[in-house]
Design a protein around this ligand. Sequence first.
Ligand code: 5RP
Length: 217
Amino acid sequence: MGGEAGKRAAAEAAAALVEAGSVIGVGTGSTVNHFIDALPGRDCRGAVSSSEASSARLRELGIPVLDANEVDGLALYVDGADEVNRHLQMIKGGGGALTREKIVAAMSDRFVCIVDAAKRVGVLGAFPLPVEVIPMARSFIGRELARLGGRPVLREGFTTDNGNLILDVHGLEIAEPIRLERALNDLPGVVTNGLFALRPADLLLVGSEGGVERVER
Ligand SMILES: O=C(CO)[C@H](O)[C@H](O)COP(=O)(O)O
């Protein structure tokens, strides 16, 4: 069991962690969609969502979507990842929601990452690293990313929920994720990048053949 069944198993295990009456943070993507689908009946009071797509799905299921500015903090954030290493550092942003995901993750006491087994890696970087950039900085940032050894490719026809662009950076073997996350965020015009190393997950749930593996940080 990998793929979709693994994603669903990890998502359902995360849904079991939702406390009755709580407001939770909800990420974005196909794995998170399984998590959202498992929420009805869990008496979740509401959610702060990381994307318009997740907000729409939550509302369809009758779960109130709250403005991030209306809550002081969140006990739990559940989200997927494109890659995750043994330190529970991740590459995220395959769905383009990285900036809001990073904000909601930072607001949360506990980040639970849900993946199927294929997402686990030794070294981050085989998945192209998404970088959200303000449109006027696109070419400048592209040159800077090439100077750092990457091959940036504009995500054609895509605008983030914040009205910005995504450069997907190929060819990076990320030996020092924290250093690279900081260095990229220091470039003027970068909104954020898809490395989640400064704020890794606290618990990883991996759905696979044998069920759901729990990895605590
Ligand atoms: O970071 C994300 C969206 O910005 C997703 O969590 C990531 O792309 C994984 O997606 P999926 O669950 O569909 O494989």
